[in-house]
Design a protein around this ligand. Structure first.
Ligand code: FAD
Ligand code: SF4
Length: 493
């Protein structure tokens, strides 16, 4: 007999392993609390994976598969199948692969498959990133050509591969955007939510307000609602920060993609079709780039850079992650908005993650491992393969530039330019020193001062470095003192 053992984020219906199964073969789904305790994950993340796995058992049964769903210890549940042929989907996260391998090491027959949640196979994505430093743009252009997406023959549709310059607008005051689709939990999800509340009460976050997709149909409804109601505004306001709408015009599909409830290639083909219905090219191209570009690229970088990626610390940062990442209690409005969103929903959109939460941690010199652990534990869409390169490489530049050409650091002026947080903050974004000065400002210039030698080697840092060098020496001293005070008193901001 063949036994296909699936993990809670391997729910793609086009896993190649399904083709190997015959009538007597089995699909095995295991609900093991220890799996959800590998890290202190957010309750909503646990509930989403648990409920999706339970629903998947029903979906596969309805499709005619012979399904066994069991709760308990994975080792005990797998033991009776040690003489059968085990089929496994290889996880991308290295610690999960190690766990999978340990569990089946004494089994007589094991066949591994690539995970269908990615467009490229493991070998193909690695081959497309020939050497360090990796570059996203050529990778993305090649993906566009190879999968014939937004192409006009061998030329990019509308004359450019990227319309990113049109996608940096602040949200106008009078605009309204439909919120993302709320998915009402069904009876099975409600059971899971009650169970998670009781069994994982020591984990962060709450299950209240759970509205995540847990079936393929839910996920498709969420994506379709985005295409109809939110894609047009996705492009221009992709980088916008606002207190008015938590999710601006983002798709909210990352958790569904990373669980296998949505197929990345189908999603981008749907986005391409939306062009025919009048969706603007900057929105469609921007969205497609995130998935065939960034998502696949990030996975490739992870595969090539592990196992060392967890311990990179290029800037030798050692500050502890301050309490507001866990309780949202800070006078910095941008940080309060972003951390509260994460604590409540296990979500923040890309610019909150990169330019608020990541940027602040980097400027304040927080130990990268603590930052990475927080992102891994607190987000509903987290998986080591996607969280770690985004945190270590993109947000913190802790890998020294292996995947991003420059550190994504900014003073308060960028946050001010992109939204309305600063208008409602106790700190003054225009002030650089003094008790009311925006902490991002002094920290930014101090980051440049502290890492001047390293940053001088980076041609993309030319403008801020020349501004720093032209600064009045007294101002430099005042900024340094202010930054030192902030770092010493980081818990009080
Ligand atoms: C510090 C930091 C941590 C992050 N951690 C995660 C994480 O744990 N899990 C995760 O899925 N994404 C992560 N991202 C990437 C990105 O922020 C999220 O994918 C996105 O915010 C999810 O929301 P959305 O579905 O509304 O995305 P949209 O903005 O609507 O984008 C559409 C899709 O594109 C993909 N995508 C976009 N940017 C990236 C990227 N940089 N890397 C990989 N995929 C991308 C996602 O699948 C996303 O669903 C992180 C980014 C940063 C800067
Ligand atoms: S003033 Fe500074 S701390 Fe306050 S919201 Fe703006 S950037 Fe954030």
């Amino acid at each position: 007999m063949r036994v296909l053992w699936l993990l809670p984020f391997q729910l793609h219906l086009k896993q190649r392993a399904f083709q190997m199964l015959e009538d007597d073969d089995l699909v095995l789904l295991i609900e093991d609390d220890a799996f959800y305790r590998m890290h202190p994950f957010h309750k909503k993340r646990i509930a989403a994976l648990m409920s999706a796995l339970r629903h998947h058992a029903e979906t596969l049964k309805a499709l005619g598969f012979n399904v066994t769903f069991k709760r308990g210890d994975t080792t005990d549940i797998l033991a009776p199948y040690s003489h059968d042929e085990i089929l496994l989907i290889k996880a991308t996260d290295t610690d999960v692969v190690t766990w999978q391998k340990n569990l089946i090491k004494s089994f007589s027959s094991v066949t591994w498959f690539d995970d269908a949640q990615f467009i490229l196979s493991e070998n193909s994505v690695k081959a497309r990133l020939p050497k360090r430093p990796y570059k996203m743009d050529p990778f993305y252009r090649q993906m566009r050509k190879d999968f014939n997406l937004l192409m006009d023959g061998d030329k990019p549709l509308h004359g450019a591969f990227s319309f990113d310059k049109e996608n940096r607008k602040k949200l106008p005051k009078d605009i309204t955007i439909d919120p993302p689709l709320d998915i009402e939990p069904d009876a099975m999800t409600k059971d899971v939510l009650a169970y998670v509340d009781q069994a994982f009460s020591d984990h962060p976050g709450e299950t209240t307000g759970f509205k995540l997709p847990v079936t393929h149909a839910d996920a498709k409804a969420l994506a379709d609602h985005f295409f109809t109601n939110r894609l047009d505004t996705f492009g221009p306001y992709q980088d916008a920060l606002t207190t008015r709408m938590k999710d601006v015009s983002h798709s909210m599909i990352s958790q569904a993609l990373n669980t296998g409830l949505l197929d990345p290639l189908e999603i981008v083909r749907d986005a391409e079709k939306a062009l025919d219905d009048g969706a603007p090219i900057n929105s469609v191209e921007g969205f497609i780039r995130q998935i065939i570009g960034w998502r696949e690229y990030i996975r490739g970088v992870y595969l090539l850079e592990m196992p060392g990626y967890h311990s990179v610390n290029h800037y030798e940062h050692t500050t502890n992650l301050p309490h507001y990442y866990w309780d949202g209690k800070t006078d910095m409005r941008c940080m309060a908005e972003s951390t509260t969103h994460v604590i409540d929903d296990g979500y923040a959109h890309h610019i909150q993650r990169l330019m608020v939460l990541g940027n602040f941690a980097n400027l304040a010199g927080v130990d990268p491992k603590q930052v990475n652990d927080w992102f891994l534990e607190m987000f509903v869409d987290s998986h080591d393969w996607v969280t770690t390169p985004n945190v270590m490489g993109m947000a913190l530049h802790a890998d020294g530039g292996v995947m991003a050409t420059k550190p994504y650091i900014s003073s308060g002026s960028y946050i001010h330019k992109m939204g309305d947080y600063c208008d409602q903050c106790s700190y003054d974004v225009k002030e650089k020193t003094g008790p009311k000065a925006c902490p991002f400002n002094a920290l930014y210039w101090n980051f440049i001062e502290r890492h001047l030698e390293t940053l001088e080697k980076n041609p993309r840092m030319g403008i801020p470095l020349s501004m720093y060098k032209k600064m009045d020496p007294n101002k430099v001293i005042a900024l340094r003192k202010q930054a030192e005070w902030i770092i010493e008193n980081i818990e009080t901001l």
